[in-house]
Design a protein. Sequence first.
Length: 258
Amino acid sequence: MPPSRPTRPARRPDPRPYAVRKRPLTFVVLAAVLVLVLVFGAMAALFSSGNSTADNQRNPTPGDGTLQPLPEGHPALALARRDADDPLALGAADAPVVMIEYSDFQSAFSGTHARGVHHELIEEYVERGALRIEFRNFPVYGPESDAASRAAWAAGQQGRFWEFYDAAFAEEFHRDTGRFSEDGLRELAEAAGVPDVERLLADMESPEADEAVATDAEEGVELGATTTPAFLLNGYPIVGAQSMDTFRETIDQLLDAA
């Protein structure tokens, strides 16, 4: 009998978002990633605790939910883009509190947040100028998630991102069932009132769409996000589809401090 070949160890799954895994790592990109690793090294555990708000950002007194001030120059404070023309943002660019949302359009918990607390936040805080929401694409569930992210970005180029957000998250569904196939995206774009669906389908395949989605996803990776949705409120993390009370507790303290 021929000698048996040694068994290869099982390949570990790549935990990075699909948009990051499929992005070619040129020398320029590798250099940029190195810079990000150095800059965000102190932040890599922001989302790792799995609690509603990271323990290391709270007052250590048991049962005391008071937020500790972030040190001056903390990298998390520089992540808000505050671009008044950002189509993936809601609310005043100079709002005292900025909430960055990292979501996957195939995430059940992202959908739960989008159908509930998201609208409560708009009514209670965004509409009175107290809160700004900035969306970041974080497609972790493969090609359909990536397609949804690029289509959402493309809808934003026609001023319909948030309408696409609502349409994509309008109901519960199973992953990888064709919801974000070309036909599915056409239906969602029409439901969102995108003026030119053919343009959306072309824009989502553009290098600009790839760059925008990969940039958002890399930001989430460097922060240590491993699940969706994940949020940063003026640098303070909240993980998962938490209750309105959880968000209110943090936002009200940040507004008082402002």
